[in-house]
Every structure is written in structure tokens, then in C-alpha cells.
Design a protein around this ligand. Structure first.
Ligand SMILES: *Cc1c(COP(=O)(O)O)cnc(C)c1O
Length: 372
């Protein structure tokens, strides 16, 4: 991991030295992507990986991942359109958004996608009408404690409702085959997977009594990456998950839907320092990428690592984006040597949930992405 990051930094610095693009932009390192893809799922028996496209839907990123033959998890007509453009086969796509738009559902069925998540009676009815006979899987609600970006309140049902929903799906002519959950994004609490898989086991046993055989378990995303804090590595997480799966789901297909863990570490934002100020006793640093055009997750508590090329005095900085909105503050108390206005600042582990969230608010451009 250390070595990998050093090599990536060499490639990043070399790219910067030989190109002349306007900042901000996002560099995505192909070697890191490749390594992540080969790593994820390796420790889990009978597993298939479906990259969660929302983490970074850049077409060149998807083209590269497609060449590596990963599957894709998609949620919208827009995501489907990009994959169609790349001729990704429908067999390599699943859709885990439990509430789908009508347009997406129709297009997904037309294209031949076979797997659909749901977690409500209304969605079963929608699926029965627009996606008749398709394979469906129910989303369970599971603990999201210790994940930096919880997803549990919006989706998921408890065990008994999950069983009822699977039965209802069968009654409506769909093929209920599986269970899914999401432990929360950037989850460093291994116990969440433990609890979630145990809940899924209970659903599986109750469903079997009702004549429904669970043949697929989709363990969602949530694998963490290293921003500033140490996190358990993928190998360790998968080793723990796999031993539980071996007990409870020995002959089941396991789907994994990582987003952040695939692209996060591969990305480096290249931004420019556009201003400095002292306000009271706070040192402020203004840069050309901010909350609205790429660093949205900083608002939810993600803390990035920054690099500046300066040998100046070390100080604590409040780092803010370029817009006129006072919400546009990325970080506080960041210790960095004092950089010059006009110089570059690099932001590490910025490949996931950055550009995909960005808007042109206040006229600041959405950073371009380059694969290196
Ligand atoms: C966002 C999402 C993922 C990816 O989550 P990460 O935490 O980025 O790995 C996977 N599955 C579903 C259903 C999602 O909504």
C-alpha cells in the first residue's frame, strides 16, 4: 500500500510537470485501479464484484474498469446510458437502488438486466408490472454504526418484513432469489458485516420455511479507504466476512458492490491556492476546488490528506473552496507548511464521491478527469 502510493505520486508529479491544464482536475491512476480490482473479492468464496458506478461515473474510468471485466451496479438511466455506450453486457449489471424511476426500470428491462433490488410492496408491484419474472432481492436494514456515510435510514426493512416482501414478490410472478444490505459507506467497523450477515441468515431460514430458496447474497459496498485515519484493510475485512459466510451461506452466490474502495485511493485532486488570509487568529487558505465542485463529502466528515510543495513555516489552516458561500469550508486545523498563492495543492484519496457530486454552483467548473 505504501509503495503503491509512492509510485502513484511519482506518476502524478510527472503528469503535472508535463501537462498544462487549468486546475482543478482529478487524476485517476490506472495501476491503482487495477490493483484494487484484483484485490476486492479475492478473499470471498463464490463472489462476483459489481462496481457501484455512482462513486465515479467518468466514462474513461468505466471504460478502463470494463476492460478489467468487473460488473457494474447502476441506479439510473444516466448510468445505464454510459455503460450502453461502452457495450457492457446486461449480464454484467445489477441494480440495487430499491426505488427506481419508471424510465430507468423500463430501459433496464429493455436492455436485458436481470437483477433488481426492492424493499417495499409498492416496488414489488412496480417490478411485477415493468420487470415481470425478473430476479429480485430484498434490501435489509442493518446497523451503520462506525461508517462515515450512513445509508441505513433511507432504505431497508426488518427481518419479518423482508420475508413478507419475498413472498409477495413470488406471488406477483417475480423470482425472489436474494437478500442485500449496505453497512454504510466508509465503514471501518467490521462488526457491521457480522450483524448484517446474521440478519440475512435469519431471513434466509424463515424464507426457506415458506418455500423460498435464497441463492444470492449481496453484501453491498462499504469497504473503507485510508484518508487520514487507519482503517482495516480489504484482506482483513474479507477474511472475517468469508468465515461467517462459510457458516451461514456456504452454497450461495455472493455479490459485492464496492464503490469507494475501487476508485477512492486511485484519485488525486490537483488544485491551486488562490488566496490566503488571517481572520482573527485563524489562517485561511482558499483553493479552487471546494464543497460544491468536488469536495462535498467534507461536509459529512470525510477528512482528506493534502500535499503542498513548500518549505515554509508549518501552521494550522482552515481550508476553503472558491465559492462565495460560507458553507464552502472544506477542513479546519490542517497542519501544512505555508504555501504561496498560485502554487498547487494535491488532495489524496479523492477518486470517489467527488466529481460525481460536483455542480457548477457560482460558476466554478466541474473538475475534468484524466486517467494516468
Ligand atoms: C453507494 C452504494 C454502493 C457503494 O458503496 P461504497 O460505500 O462506495 O462501497 C453499493 N451498493 C449500493 C446499493 C449503493 O447505494
Amino acid at each position: 500500500m505504501k509503495k503503491q502510493r509512492e509510485k502513484m505520486m511519482d506518476r502524478v508529479l510527472n503528469w503535472i510537470a508535463t501537462h498544462d491544464d487549468d486546475t482543478p482536475f482529478l487524476l485517476i491512476d490506472k495501476e491503482v485501479l487495477k490493483e484494487k480490482v484484483s484485490q476486492i473479492g479475492k478473499g470471498i468464496n463464490n463472489s462476483k464484484v459489481f462496481y457501484a458506478v455512482k462513486a465515479n461515473p467518468d466514462i474513461e474510468v468505466l471504460r478502463f474498469l470494463n476492460e478489467l471485466k468487473v460488473g457494474f451496479e447502476i441506479a439510473s438511466e444516466g448510468e445505464l446510458a454510459i455503460l450502453k455506450q461502452l457495450n457492457v453486457e446486461p449480464e454484467r449489471m445489477i441494480t440495487s437502488n430499491p426505488i427506481k424511476t419508471f424510465k430507468f426500470l423500463k430501459e433496464a428491462v429493455e436492455y436485458g438486466i436481470n437483477y433488481y433490488a426492492f424493499d417495499s410492496f409498492a416496488e414489488v408491484e412496480k417490478l411485477a408490472k415493468y420487470a415481470p419474472k425478473k430476479k429480485v432481492y430484498v434490501r435489509l436494514s442493518v446497523p451503520n454504526e462506525g461508517s462515515e456515510w450512513p445509508l441505513s435510514k433511507k432504505f431497508g426493512v426488518e427481518i419479518e418484513d423482508a420475508v413478507k416482501l419475498l413472498l409477495y414478490a413470488k406471488e406477483k410472478g417475480l423470482e425472489p432469489i436474494g437478500i442485500t444490505f449496505h453497512v454504510g459507506s466508509q465503514c471501518s467497523n467490521i462488526y457491521n458485516w457480522h450483524t448484517a450477515i446474521d440478519k440475512a441468515r435469519q431471513v434466509k431460514e424463515l424464507a426457506l420455511k415458506e418455500g423460498i430458496e435464497i441463492r444470492m447474497l449481496n453484501i453491498g459496498g462499504g469497504y473503507p479507504i485510508e484518508y487520514i485515519k487507519k482503517v482495516p484493510d480489504i484482506e482483513t475485512i474479507e477474511m472475517k466476512i468469508n468465515s461467517i459466510l462459510q457458516n451461514y451461506f456456504p452454497d450461495t452466490d455472493i455479490f459485492i458492490e464496492p464503490g469507494r474502495a475501487v476508485v477512492g485511493d486511485a484519485g488525486v485532486f490537483v488544485s491551486r491556492i488562490i488566496g490566503k488570509a488571517k481572520r482573527g487568529d485563524e489562517n485561511w487558505l482558499y483553493i479552487d476546488v471546494g464543497v460544491f465542485n468536488g469536495l462535498m463529502e467534507s461536509i459529512g466528515g470525510i477528512k482528506y490528506q493534502y500535499i503542498v510543495g513548500s518549505r515554509g513555516e508549518e501552521k494550522h489552516w482552515t481550508i476553503a473552496g472558491p465559492s462565495c458561500d460560507s458553507f464552502d469550508v472544506i477542513d479546519k486545523e490542517v497542519l501544512l507548511p505555508e504555501p504561496d498563492v498560485g502554487s498547487l495543492i494535491l488532495i489524496l484519496s479523492a477518486g470517489a464521491y467527488t466529481v460525481s457530486y460536483a455542480s457548477e454552483f457560482n460558476g466554478f467548473s466541474i473538475p475534468k478527469t484524466f486517467l494516468i
